[in-house]
Design a binder for this molecule. Structure first.
Ligand SMILES: *Cc1c(COP(=O)(O)O)cnc(C)c1O
Length: 561
């Protein structure tokens, strides 16, 4: 007889393994010594990352991610110690941009606050699941609390509004359009989409609208993309024409997506005009539904903190140009409450870590359009009173997003967000002022009122007073547009390479800020300021580096001729 079948082996291997593994988890009952080990492990990781910091805007050296090596990944037979795992993880941060570095102006990627990180850490450690308050407990209430705060901030009636945290701005748009689809064509949850249904959005709208149309079965070809003004806001006259054409053709409008802060240029649609147009069309066509208006305000929402700022008193003391820009954004953003739903990315202009996105509905009754039957989910909702999974696309939902959002809303208050946003707009204004003052540099999004500046550099001889208009309108000038696109790309590459070694500023580049009247894409250098650490001298250094890079590129061309 062996002892295997009785299970009575004294001190079997697995028990010894288990003892080890139990130390790899935070202890479920108080054990201050072990808590110290948990915290020390976090410190150990942070400490190793700290060794990668320098004056450059990235961690360690600029290394390309090694995907060939990554593909060799295999799980080991024997696990490793935590002390061995941590450096393996930290290694993957090598070459990472430091979004908060004063000379990092790449994109709308934020530098998370300490409070936001603590929010994520707590939610990760205790792991609430927000599908229901059975498993989310107080963190479910934190989601409701952050939602109420955000609803009040954008001007919704918190007693009537509702919302849910979801997977990014794309998820927000998905929710908005899905509710709109159901309003326009009741029963799509059961029967699928029948007949032609369209989404109206501007040409500057985020590509997530196309994605959502594809995934919802509306079809990307049924997204009607409306031309924009030079300030990147949708042309209301063209929107009206497109809406009328669709309705006359018997199509249904699943949603009108208003872009409230476009990604590349901070374009802000005239939501009040869209709202008025929608209501007029409902009356005129005697529609049995109200076409849903979803505001893609994942970037612009934060400017709601200026809804009750006194721009005349300007107690925070912003410069004149900044006040003008903030007031101009406010003119559009204060209409946000007219949207039926809207998206908020706390992980963009709210300084929270990814993913922290909230879709808000002005009227909680809208949730009925996406609600499932309780019978469809037998294992859920045995107790508790708050069950978002009755209408969310997700089943499990993390508490990290709501906790990070709540942390920052509490930490900053309106005044803190005004200060942070006012500062990044002020930095953009400093850059624009510098660019405008130079004869070979042009700001493309001159009317822009946000933290992003798109600009182009030209050779010394070019007349920049007229070049912008010629590029946009003259057929004979289109070859020149392409040539200047190439010049700007090469300047970008040079500035970028220098910045990675610690000189100058990391910018980004867009291949198509917008098309000329002849369909040629206009490329642009892009500065997106979000870091609270950026100051005027960093903005000035952009101009110096761009001009030096241009001269180097032109000199290279001369030599090769
Ligand atoms: C970033 C962005 C999105 C997508 O949001 P994610 O959070 O990245 O999913 C949608 N719309 C606009 C205008 C954006 O800038």
């Amino acid at each position: 007889m062996t002892t295997v079948s009785t299970g009575l082996t004294p001190d079997p291997l697995y028990r010894r393994n288990l003892e080890q593994l139990r130390r790899q988890f935070p202890q479920p009952v108080s054990d201050p010594v072990h808590d110290a080990y948990v915290v020390f492990s976090l410190l150990r990781a942070l400490n190793e990352v700290d060794a990668l910091k320098s004056q450059t805007p990235l961690l360690g050296h600029s290394v390309e991610p090694n995907f060939v090596q990554a593909l060799q990944g295999k799980i080991d037979d024997q696990g490793r110690t935590l002390e061995q795992v941590i450096p393996e993880l930290v290694k993957h941060l090598e070459g990472m941009f430091l979004w908060g570095h004063p000379r990092s102006q790449l994109n709308v990627i934020t530098h998370p606050s300490i409070a936001g990180i603590v929010g994520v850490l707590l939610a990760s450690t205790f792991n609430p699941n927000l599908c229901s308050d059975e498993s989310g407990r107080g963190v479910s209430a934190a989601e409701v609390r952050a939602t109420a705060m955000a609803a009040e901030l954008v001007g919704y009636d918190p007693a009537q509004a509702t919302g849910t945290f979801t997977f990014g701005g794309t998820g927000c748009t998905l929710y908005g359009v899905k509710v709109g689809l159901e309003k326009a064509q009741p029963g799509t949850l059961q029967h699928g989409v029948r007949g032609e249904t369209v989404i109206l959005a501007s040409k500057q709208s985020h590509y997530c609208v196309l994605n959502v149309a594809g995934w919802l079965g509306i079809g990307q070809n049924n997204v009607i993309r409306i031309a924009t003004h030079l300030d990147n806001s949708v042309r209301i006259d063209e929107l009206e024409t497109a809406a009328r054409d669709a309705l006359r053709a018997g199509k249904r409008i699943a949603a009108i997506v208003a872009t409230m802060g476009s990604t590349d240029a901070f374009g802000l649609d005239d939501l009040a005009a869209i709202y008025e147009l929608r209501n007029r069309l409902v009356d005129e066509f005697q529609l049995p539904y109200k076409p849903h208006i979803h505001a893609d305000s994942v970037i612009g929402w934060a400017w709601s903190v200026f809804n009750d700022y006194d721009f005349v008193r300007n107690e925070l003391g912003f410069r004149g140009r900044t006040v003008r820009a903030l007031a101009a954004a406010h003119r559009r953003i204060h209409s946000l409450h007219l949207a039926d739903s809207l998206g908020i990315d706390f992980h963009k202009t709210g300084y929270a870590p990814y993913i922290s996105s909230l879709v808000l509905f002005r009227d909680q009754a809208d949730l009925q359009f996406i609600q499932r039957d309780r019978e469809a989910m037998p294992y859920l909702f045995q107790s508790g009173q708050h069950h978002p999974a009755m209408y969310t696309l997700e089943t499990s939902r993390s508490g990290t997003g709501p906790m990070a959002a709540l942390a920052n809303l509490l930490l900053f208050g309106k005044s803190g967000l005004r200060t942070l946003l006012g500062h990044v707009v002020e930095m953009a204004e400093v850059l624009r002022e510098g660019l405008e003052a130079h004869p070979n540099l042009t700001v493309l999004n001159g009317d822009n009122v946000g933290p992003v500046t798109l600009f182009r550099v030209y050779p010394p001889g070019e007349d920049t007073f007229t070049v912008k208009d010629r590029e946009r309108t003259e057929a004979a000038f289109q070859a020149q547009v392409v040539k200047y696109n190439q010049l700007n790309r090469r300047v970008f590459e040079r500035v970028h390479a220098e910045a990675l070694t610690g000189q100058g500023v990391v910018l980004s580049m867009t291949d198509c800020y917008r098309h000329t009247d002849h369909g040629t894409p206009i490329a642009a250098l892009k500065s997106y300021v979000l870091s609270p650490f950026t100051d005027a001298e960093h903005m000035q250094s952009i101009i110096d580096h761009v001009l030096a890079a241009r001269d180097a590129v032109l000199a290279e061309d001369k030599m090769s001729k």
